[in-house]
Design a protein. Sequence first.
Length: 123
Amino acid sequence: MRKPIVTYILKTLNWQGDCGAYTVLIDGKPVNSCMMLAIEGVDKKITTIEGLEKAPIQKAFIDHWAYQCGYCTPGFIMNCHALIEHHPNADDEMIDRWLKSNLCRCTGYQEIKAAVKAVLFGG
């Protein structure tokens, strides 16, 4: 009885790429790693959440309480980091569009949006 429970407790959400929790950066672009074959990563620069050790967005998430249970947080941080890198002058509409690729059932997204704005505009 325990073994199957332990197996299913591991971070598995939907296996369909809808949640964004498994986002990694492939050559700087956010990709749902659960929807990618390993062979597609050959000769590509792959960055995981561990590769963003001192990225400003991580501190902003902490400062703005942009996390709750932590399940979706790595995916959001990866996606927000890419947004900041590719669109340093992003407006509210663009931020909202980028945030739609990740799902969170704990927050109202306002704290996440505030963290992104803090990095973009120094607030």
